[in-house]
Design a protein around this ligand. Structure first.
Ligand SMILES: C[S@@+](CC[C@H](N)C(=O)[O-])C[C@H]1O[C@@H](n2cnc3c(N)ncnc32)[C@H](O)[C@@H]1O
Length: 346
């Protein structure tokens, strides 16, 4: 996410700087697409396997050498590859993240952010009048479309693993999960969070609750081992399994508008024991000019699912309408996630 500050650029009075800044903003789409193509066509993998010039990369794939050269040359300006004399290229550590097998691979994210996750941004004009861009593009809500296209369901879960991996240890370190006997991760998808919690606290019993696609990903081990975990496929709009000590919601509520969130939270309220906790794991949008990515993710989920990122008062209002009460908001060491602790309202 390029834009990190809500403050105007420092050199606001300098026309040259203003022009440069505007050109950077207007052309950032080029960079995203170039990276997406580099990942999608397996060019990073080719380089990792030893191809170090445009011809060696292009020829086996039926690509035009001159065009591949120009793509590599452009990518050398943003730290994905380096170019040496004689047209030799090398992957940087950043570029290696676009290979399939890197432990910190973001190849699927690079692909998907330049497929439907990119196309929806072309619908922003219309979206300001209402509606959900993804549905205009694909004819159905995201999670229904993922269900109808299982391969896409699996790629979506892979992207969730890639994007949210660095948050996971920060969440586990920031909260005492050992106080709970039974934790249900609602919309836990691939299961990475539950896997990390159980690894840190083996006495905790876990239930992973998600749509079938999420449960399938967890059962394949997409997010790591889940010893002793119960897998429950279901829809949070119907009901949530009863009786857990803690209900986790990582990046699920931001996929839904306020009315839908209230339906979900009322279902959780019905399922809770009096002392259960709900832990909403999201990044709140600051109400001041503190930097952070939430204002951009907010637009992305608006286009993708009709969801939104929320401020602390907005979350408190949602909980208040659902028979719940916001207890506290804890920071984590990761800038994209906080722990919003919620209890039953008395
Ligand atoms: C944005 S992903 C987050 C996944 C995971 N919690 C993480 O942090 O990486 C949202 C998850 O909620 C699940 N989900 C969405 N709508 C749901 C519903 N109506 N019932 C159950 N799960 C749902 C999706 O399948 C997906 O796994």
């Amino acid at each position: 996410m390029k834009v990190e500050s809500v403050k105007p650029p420092k050199a606001a009075a300098d026309p040259g700087s203003l022009h440069k800044k505007m050109m950077q903003l207007l052309s950032s789409l080029w960079v995203t697409h170039a990276i997406g193509t580099f990942a999608r066509l397996g060019l990073a993998d080719a380089m990792e396997a030893g191809a170090d010039n445009a011809e060696a990369i292009a020829r086996p794939r039926g690509l035009v050498t001159d065009r591949v050269y120009r793509l590599l040359r452009a990518l050398s300006t943003c730290g994905i590859v380096t170019e040496s004399a004689g047209g030799t290229f090398a992957l940087t550590p950043l570029g290696r993240m676009l290979t399939s097998n890197a432990p910190n691979s973001m190849r699927t994210s690079a692909e998907l952010l330049t497929e439907y996750n990119g196309e929806i941004w072309g619908h922003l004009d219309g979206a300001l009048e209402g509606g959900i861009a993804f549905e205009a593009l694909k004819g159905k809500p995201l999670f229904n479309w993922l269900h109808a296209n299982p391969e896409e369901g699996a790629r979506f879960q892979r992207m969730m693993v890639e994007v949210h991996s660095p948050e996971t240890p920060a969440i586990v370190a920031a909260y005492d999960f050992s106080q709970f006997k039974h934790i249900i991760d609602v919309g836990g998808g691939h299961g990475m969070l539950l896997s990390a919690i159980i690894a840190a606290h083996p006495d905790v019993r876990g239930t992973l609750f998600d749509l079938q696609e999420g449960v399938d990903a967890a059962l394949r081990g997409a997010g790591g081992p889940l010893p002793g975990v119960t897998f429950t496929a279901g829809d949070v709009f119907d009901s949530v399994p009863e009786g857990a000590d803690a209900y986790l919601f990582r990046h699920l509520l931001h996929d839904y508008d306020d009315d839908d969130c209230i339906k979900v939270l009322k279902n959780v309220r019905r399922a809770m024991k009096p002392a259960s906790r709900v832990l909403v794991l999201e990044k709140t949008v600051p109400t001041d000019d503190t930097p952070g990515p939430g204002r951009w993710l907010d637009l992305h989920v608006m286009l993708l699912t009709g969801g939104r990122e929320r401020t602390v008062p907005e979350y408190a209002a949602l909980f208040g309408k659902s028979g719940l009460r916001l207890e506290r908001v804890l920071p984590t060491a990761h800038p994209a996630v906080e722990i919003i602790e919620v209890v039953a309202a008395s």
